[in-house]
Design a protein around this ligand. Sequence first.
Ligand code: FES
Length: 103
Amino acid sequence: MPQFLCHTTAVSENKALRIDLDNRPPVAVFNIGGTFHVTDDTCTHEEASLSTGEFEDGIVECPLHAGCFDVATGEAVEPPAETPLRTYPVTIINGEIYVEFGD
Ligand code: FES
């Protein structure tokens, strides 16, 4: 069942927002020019919050060791990040962002 994360207005264009959840690790909502993507917030390399990293052209740079991920696909595009980031299907309903975790 889709889970509500936040309103679209909470995430400015080309910015990210961390959402802490009761039932699972935090996720990050990214806004690429008005298109929203949701990934795990924690880097797959070590413990770092990706939503606090630099975010440009759909690529987030981890604030700890500068590994990079494509937030649309989760692909690790710059070492030391190697393991892809989990991404989640997004649904927008009346300006509200929902995700389907599927687990
Ligand atoms: Fe993210 Fe090391 S913790 S690249």
